[in-house]
Write a protein that binds this ligand. Structure first.
Ligand code: CS2
Length: 473
């Protein structure tokens, strides 16, 4: 142990197999799934970074231990998490990742690779066969993409006469297990149809709903932790007190007793996923675009602005809740109240810029589904329509003062090129994006008209005034 973590919290290495390989070792998993696994007991995790060695290099001198700092309005609480057994960096040694996934002691491969890591078309959920990483993985046995690792590792297990691992998707996609299964079967079918048949018959892909607000760790957070806990950690994670994990109980082998850590094991995750993606992530994205354009750095700052707080309440009450079927026993109005309190937590500095990232991958499940279903049912959704207009303005790459915005999105150059400044022409260009907009919206002239009107108001009056117009409507 070289770094400053207290010795008494360091867990000696164990020879027991970890049981879980996790793809995508970002802050979210380390502040959410890893803590559930740690609290369930008896299992460990081999973490895999699919991009950079940074997290591995920071964690190695700490024996893979790190601090999760809970940020509540009333104070901070550090917890040292010692569930990681090893960290692998896929681009450095993809074979080591495949070996860990194919090991007989591995029963679960879980994923937090973000929406774009699924290499799917967001509007349809199908594999994007033209994705550069998928093209690479079709031609090479050592993969780059998450679906590529799953397919090649499952092939190794099949060849070795081992059962498949359970694939546990923990990303913010609706029916994430089903989407991932489809992507994996598409890719496996292109490599070896018999393998695809075996995966379809033998492997389990339970869907899960994950929830905890985990802003990216900043250099200032390292100092903040040192002040709160008295030691320096090179890779802590910051999170809110709330956490939720709803898991479809369909595992193919052994699993941790997640329920002892508070996870809900259910037969059908879909209503939970819809509620969370549309009520939390849908308003998160709406506040991210409108809040950023209105000059707010964080979600808490946006919620401290009565106009945007009122706008979020309007979205929940008038537009999102009427289109939802609540999960059994769930009061959606109470869920909205709890979200408003979580967003307002001033200790969490969750940047609007961070949430605004990858909108082309996020909008379909967060906002466009609600819009399409509401329009089909004859309900007006001007607030969500304004949020889509704000996204269009945001990805133009210029804010309301004409200053540049650092847009992060796999489609960023194409999106920026669609902005003409003329509302009708801009809306026509965006609605032609088949990857993003479902056919029901692309072919809906009424929606095009409503979006054009919202964009015109946004351009003329600015984001804050446009939102205010709907709060008092
Ligand atoms: C956020 C989510 O960054 C984003 O897009 O909306 O990460 C959100 O904080 C989590 O899904 C909360 O569970």
């Amino acid at each position: 142990m070289e770094a400053g973590l207290p010795d008494r919290l360091y867990r000696a290495p164990t020879a027991a197999p970890a049981g879980i390989v996790h793809l995508g070792l970002g802050a979210f998993f380390r502040a959410h799934g890893a803590i559930y696994v740690a609290e369930a007991g008896g299992w460990g995790v081999i973490g895999v970074s699919l991009q950079s060695p940074d997290t591995r290099d920071r964690l190695r001198p700490q024996g893979w231990a790190y601090t999760a700092l809970e940020l509540a309005p009333e104070g901070e609480r550090p917890q040292v998490v010692t569930v990681l057994r090893d960290v692998l960096v896929a681009p450095e040694d993809p074979q080591a990742v495949l070996d860990a996934m194919a090991a007989p002691g591995t029963h679960i491969v879980s994923l937090t690779v973000t929406e774009k890591g699924y290499c799917h078309e967001p509007a349809t959920g199908r594999l994007n066969r033209d994705h550069p990483r998928i093209l690479h993985d079709l031609a090479n046995p050592l993969p780059q993409s998450a679906p590529g690792f799953l397919v090649r590792a499952l092939a190794l297990r099949r060849a070795a006469g081992l059962p498949p691992f359970t694939v546990l998707s923990c990303d913010n996609l609706p029916e994430n297990g089903r989407v991932l299964r489809g992507v994996v079967l598409d890719l496996a079918g292109l490599i070896d149809p018999a393998l695809a048949g075996w995966i379809a018959a033998e492997a389990a892909f339970p869907s899960t709903m994950v929830d905890r607000i985990v802003p990216a760790t900043t250099p200032a957070d390292l100092d903040r932790l040192e002040a709160a806990a008295g030691y320096r950690d090179a890779a802590p994670v910051m999170h809110e007190p709330f956490r939720q994990w709803v898991i479809e109980d369909r595992f193919r082998g052994p699993r941790p007793a997640f329920e002892t850590a508070g996870a809900q094991l259910v037969a059908d995750v879909t209503p939970h996923e819809h509620m969370k993606l549309r009520m939390l992530n849908g308003t998160h994205s709406s506040l991210a675009y409108l809040g950023y354009l209105a000059g707010h750095q964080t979600i808490a700052d946006s919620m401290a602005d009565p106009v945007l707080a009122g706008f979020a309440c309007r979205l929940w009450r008038d537009e999102i809740i009427p289109a939802l079927t609540p999960p059994p026993g769930q009061d959606l109005a109470a869920y909205a109240d709890a979200l408003a309190a979580r967003y307002a937590n001033p200790a969490i500095r969750h940047r609007t810029w961070q949430i605004a990232m990858d909108g082309s991958q996020k909008l379909p499940q967060r906002i466009l589904g609600t819009i399409a279903e509401s329009r089909a049912a004859g309900r007006a959704v001007p607030g969500l329509t304004l949020a889509v207009a704000a996204w269009m303005r945001y990805v133009s790459g210029r804010d309301e003062q004409g200053l540049p915005i650092e847009v992060r999105d796999p489609l960023a150059p194409r999106l920026a090129a669609l902005w003409t400044g003329d509302p009708a022409a801009t809306v026509r260009g965006f609605l032609a994006l088949a990857e993003v907009f479902p056919p029901a919206l692309r072919d809906d002239a009424g929606f095009a008209a409503a979006l054009t009107k919202a964009l015109a108001v946004l351009i003329r009056r600015g984001a804050r005034a446009a939102a205010a117009g709907l709060v008092h409507a």
